[in-house]
Design a protein around this ligand. Structure first.
Ligand code: 1PR
Length: 551
C-alpha cells in the first residue's frame, strides 16, 4: 500500500506510531500541508495533548475543512485518542469547536470514585458483531480478552444516540464511555494501539491490511445498551536508573538508598546491571506495563546537544510498545555557548524521540516552593505548567525523592507527620517526609504532602513516589507514605522503592489504593521476573494485564 499518511501537528509522541507501522512492514508519510490529504489513501490521526490545542492547531494549519472533506470522501480514517475526540462536536476541555462529525460532547471524568487521568490498561466490550465486511474486520482486531492502554481525563459517555457509531465501550469506575468508534470508513480508538503491546499492533495491522471501509448495512449491533465492568488493571513498571560509568559507557545501575557505587574502601565502581535498550526490550518481553528511564546524573548540566537519553529512547521505542517515561534533567538547560533551552523544549525533544511522559524531580520541588511563595497561585511559568499545557497533564509525572525525618511528637515540626512502624534511631514513632533535590543530595524545607498537592494544582498528571529510606532495601514499600500521598491527590500514584518479592506487590495493592507499582533491583538482578509478580497478583485476585496476542 502506498498513500498511508499521518496527520501530526507536533504535540507529542508520534514516533511510537511510526515505529509500530514500520514494524508491520509499511511506511507512513507525514501530512505537511492540506493538499497532502488529497493524496492520502489511508489516514491516521494520532491526536495527542489537549483537545483545544489539537483543534486550534488544525485550524491554524488550515486542516479543518480538508480533513472533513477527506472523511466525507469515504477514504479510510483512523483517529487515536484526541484524534477520535476531535470528531465530536466539542469538549469540556476547551471552548474550541470539534469537527462535529459525531454528535456529542467529550466530558471530564468524575474524580469522586477514581484517579484521573484514566491512565493504564483497561478492557473493552465490543458492541458490534465480530465479522468481516468488504475485506475489513468490523472489530479491527480488538480483542475482548486483551486490555489496551488508555491515558486521558476526558471521554465520551456512552448514550443511545451513539449506538451506530460505537464499536466498543469501556468502564472506568462507574462511568461507561465510548472506547472505540466504527462507521463506514471511520475507525477510532480512545486507547493507544501503538502503546498497547501486541494486542494494539494487531489492531493497527487490521487497519493497514484491510480495506479500512465497512458496509454498515451488513453489521449487527448488539442490543440492548451495553453493560461493561470496570476491568482496569494494576500496572507493573520496570525502572531503569541510567548513568555513565567510570569508563564512560551508559549503564543501568541501582543504588542502596541512592548510593550506586560498589562498596569498597577506595570508593567502588558504579554498579553495572546492563544496557538500557536491551533491558527495556527484555522487560517488554516479560510483560512490563510501562518502562521508566531515569537519568540519575542529571544534576550535572547536560547541554541540549548532548542529551544521552535521546538515543536510548529512539532505539527503545523501536521494539518496546508500552508507554515510556523519561526522567532526569527536565528543566531549563544551558548550552556551553550560553544558549538557554526551556524545560518545554527539552521535554519536546524527548517526546519526539519516543517518550510518552516526562518525569520531573528537582524542578518540581523548586516549582512547589515558588507556588507557596506566591500564596498558592500558579504563575504559568513552571515546567509543570508549560509542559502540561502543550502536551497534556498525562504527559507530566512528578518523581518524588522523600526521606524520613523522625520526630518524637508531631508538635516538634510544622510539617505534616505520619505515624510510622519504622521507628527512628531514638525510638521515634512519627516522621515527616522531607523532599529532596539533586538525587537526594539536598533536603528542602518542604514535605511530601505539600509537594504533591502543589504539583497537582500546577497541572501534573501522575506522581512517581520513591522513598529514599526504602530504596534498594528489598524490605517492601513504605505503605504509610503511599497512603498519605494517595489521600492528598486525585491523580494516579506509582508506588516505588523497596520491592523485594511478589508479596510486596500484593501488599501495596491490597493495603493502599495505588494504581501501579514500580521496581528496579529485583528485576535487574533477575531475582523475581515480572511474570512471576503478575502470576502472584492474579492468584491474589488482583487484575493485571496479560498479552497473549500472537502476531
Ligand atoms: O531531579 O528532575 O533531574 O530527576 C532526577 C531523577 O533521578 C529523579 O527521578 C530521581 O528519583 C532519580 N535519581 C537520582 N539519583 C538517584 C540514585 O539512585 N542515586 N534514582 C535516582 C532514584 C529511584 C527509583 C528506583 C526505585 C526502585 N531511583 O527510580 O528505581 O526506588 O528501586 P528498588 O525497586 O530497587 O527499591 P531530576
Amino acid at each position: 500500500m502506498t498513500g498511508l499518511y499521518m496527520l501530526d501537528y507536533g504535540a507529542g509522541n508520534v514516533r511510537s506510531l511510526v515505529n509500530a507501522v514500520e514494524k508491520l512492514g509499511y511506511s507512513i508519510t507525514f501530512v505537511k500541508d492540506p493538499a497532502d490529504l488529497k493524496k492520502a489513501d489511508k489516514l491516521i490521526f494520532p491526536g495527542v495533548g489537549a483537545f483545544g490545542h489539537a483543534m486550534d492547531a488544525l485550524q491554524a494549519k488550515g486542516f479543518v475543512e480538508p480533513l472533513k472533506e477527506y472523511i466525507a470522501s469515504g477514504k479510510p480514517y483512523m483517529g487515536i485518542c484526541v484524534g477520535m475526540q476531535t470528531l465530536f462536536e466539542g469538549s469540556e476541555e476547551s471552548t474550541s469547536k470539534g469537527l462535529g462529525i459525531i454528535p456529542g460532547i467529550v466530558k471530564h471524568f468524575s474524580t469522586a470514585d477514581k484517579a484521573v487521568p484514566h491512565m493504564g490498561w483497561n478492557a473493552t466490550q465490543l458492541v458490534k458483531e465480530q465479522t468481516e465486511v468488504g475485506g475489513q474486520a468490523v472489530n479491527y482486531g480488538i480483542d475482548q480478552d486483551s486490555v489496551y492502554y488508555f491515558v486521558h481525563s476526558y471521554a465520551v459517555p456512552y448514550a443511545d444516540n451513539l449506538k451506530e457509531w460505537t464499536l466498543a465501550t469501556t468502564q472506568y469506575g462507574d462511568e461507561i464511555f465510548v472506547s472505540a468508534v466504527q462507521k463506514g470508513n471511520v475507525c477510532c480508538t480512545q486507547f493507544h494501539p501503538e502503546k498497547s503491546g501486541f494486542a494494539g499492533i494487531k489492531l493497527l495491522r487490521s487497519f493497514l491490511e484491510g480495506t479500512g471501509v465497512v458496509d454498515d448495512s451488513k453489521v449487527k449491533i448488539f442490543d440492548p445498551r451495553p453493560k461493561s465492568k470496570d476491568l482496569f488493571t494494576k500496572r507493573i513498571i520496570a525502572c531503569l536508573d541510567v548513568r555513565a560509568n567510570d569508563q564512560g559507557d551508559l549503564v543501568v545501575t541501582k543504588g542502596d538508598q541512592y548510593d550506586v557505587r560498589e562498596k569498597s574502601e577506595a570508593g567502588g565502581d558504579v554498579r553495572n546491571l546492563g544496557k538500557p535498550v536491551e533491558l527495556a526490550k527484555r522487560y517488554f518481553d516479560e510483560g512490563a506495563d510501562e518502562i521508566a528511564f531515569l537519568n540519575i546524573t542529571s544534576f550535572r548540566n547536560c547541554p541540549m546537544a548532548d542529551l544521552p537519553m535521546l538515543e536510548v529512547l529512539k532505539l527503545a521505542s523501536q521494539t518496546v510498545f508500552v508507554p515510556l517515561t523519561i526522567g532526569g534533567g527536565i528543566r531549563d538547560v544551558t548550552d556551553p555557548d550560553g544558549k538557554v533551552h526551556s524545560a518545554l523544549d527539552v521535554a519536546g525533544e524527548y517526546f519526539r524521540s519516543g517518550a510518552d511522559k516526562v518525569s520531573i524531580g528537582s524542578d518540581a520541588v523548586y516549582s512547589a516552593e515558588k507556588f507557596y511563595a506566591n500564596d498558592g497561585v500558579p504563575d504559568g511559568t513552571t515546567a509543570i505548567e508549560t509542559i502540561a499545557k502543550a502536551y497534556g497533564a498525562q504527559a507530566v509525572v512528578i518523581s518524588v525523592d522523600p526521606k524520613r525525618v523522625y520526630v518524637k511528637d508531631p508538635s516538634e515540626t510544622k510539617h505534616h507527620v505520619v505515624k510510622t512502624p519504622y521507628t527512628g534511631p531514638n525510638g521515634e514513632t512519627y516522621c515527616w517526609y522531607q523532599c529532596t533535590v539533586k538525587g537526594g543530595r539536598e533536603g528542602r524545607d518542604l514535605d511530601v504532602r505539600q509537594l504533591v498537592t502543589a504539583c497537582q494544582r500546577l497541572g501534573a498528571g501522575e506522581i512517581l513516589l520513591n522513598c529514599m529510606d526504602k530504596d534498594g532495601t528489598n524490605s517492601g514499600y513504605d505503605i504509610e507514605l503511599i497512603r498519605d500521598v494517595k489521600s492528598a491527590v486525585t491523580i494516579p500514584v506509582v508506588a516505588s522503592s523497596g520491592a523485594g518479592n511478589p508479596t510486596h506487590f500484593s501488599q501495596v495493592f491490597n493495603e493502599t489504593n495505588v494504581e501501579s507499582a514500580l521496581a528496579a533491583g529485583i528485576f535487574h538482578r533477575r531475582e523475581v521476573p515480572i511474570d512471576t509478580v503478575k502470576s502472584h497478583l492474579k492468584e491474589s485476585g488482583i487484575l493485571v494485564r496479560e498479552d497473549h496476542t500472537e502476531l
